[in-house]
Design a protein around this ligand. Structure first.
Ligand code: HEM
Ligand SMILES: *[C@@H]1O[C@H](CO)[C@@H](O)[C@H](O)[C@H]1NC(C)=O
Ligand SMILES: *[C@@H]1O[C@H](CO)[C@@H](O)[C@H](O)[C@H]1NC(C)=O
Ligand SMILES: [Mg+2]
Length: 210
């Protein structure tokens, strides 16, 4: 039987075309058209799937998916698909690392510290996946945190709700359009924080290593 859903966008997570993705990101998260296109075309390119994709394809290891995720365990023994279930302990650890700059809020500074920590635990990511991983948390903070998120971050409970249920926090509505330039600046801030912290770490280590 045909329902309204059949003619709008796919709801079963299969046969998602690139323009379905673009539309979803614009309508659901208020990403700008340019940012939505870059993420959508970029993702299909990274997956090597140019016609359409299923949500399950996103977990294919080392395509978009990478180790040292915030709330997902690493891919084990070169498996084709990485774990897709949210790991409760990792989620709790993530939330506990927030709030160090502004109470109850996860800021970009917290995000930088957390990315360093995950890559120290799991091993350093290559340049592309390190950028992808930064982009993920930056867009989440930017979108869910609202128009001042670059400075004030996101409500940790709202982030936790979004991550644990993989759906929008109740009553949440986008209050701004998240654009490419703003996202770029936020990611750059996180990258610089990470570089600075890593430089400090390696200079405080005894010289015998290497
Ligand atoms: C075309 C659009 C998108 C695609 C294809 C995509 C795909 C993915 C994939 C494959 C991962 C798993 C990477 C990993 O953790 O190993 C991921 C993680 C993540 N994504 Fe997206 N994403 C998209 C858009 C977004 C948007 C709009 C947001 C924020 C509102 C977002 C936030 C996140 C976050 C926070 C994670 C990290 C989860 C974790 O580290 O455990 N993504 N994304
Ligand atoms: C991801 O981590 C797992 C477990 O440590 C490892 O077997 C796998 O090779 C890693 N993947 C990459 C691309 O480094
Ligand atoms: C933070 O988010 C939670 C859950 O979405 C909400 O109940 C709470 O009121 C929010 N706190 C603030 C200060 O906005
Ligand atoms: Mg992962």
């Amino acid at each position: 039987m045909k329902t309204d859903d059949d003619v709008s966008s796919p709801r079963d997570g299969k046969n998602i075309g690139v323009w379905d993705l673009v539309r979803g990101l614009r309508d659901g998260y208020h990403l700008s058209t340019v940012l939505a296109c870059i993420l959508s075309f970029g993702s299909m390119f990274m997956l090597g799937q140019f016609r359409c994709l299923s949500l399950s394809d996103l977990a294919r290891h080392n395509m978009i998916e990478h180790n040292a995720s915030l709330v997902h365990k690493d891919d084990l023994n070169g498996a084709e698909y990485a774990p897709t279930r949210v790991d409760r302990k990792l989620l709790a650890a993530l939330c506990a690392e927030g709030g160090k700059v502004i109470p109850d809020r996860m800021t970009l500074e917290d995000a930088a510290r957390i990315r360093i920590k995950r890559e120290a635990e799991c091993g350093k990511l290559d340049g592309v996946h390190s950028e992808v991983a930064r982009g993920e948390i930056v867009i989440a903070i930017g979108v869910l945190g609202g128009k001042d998120a670059a400075k004030t971050g996101v409500n940790i409970s709202a982030l936790q709700e979004w991550m644990s249920h993989e759906r929008l926090p109740t009553g949440w509505k986008p209050d701004h359009t998240q654009g490419l330039y703003q996202t770029y600046k936020m990611a750059k801030f996180v990258r610089e924080r990470m570089r600075a912290a890593e430089a400090q770490q390696s200079s405080s280590k005894p010289a015998e290593s290497h």
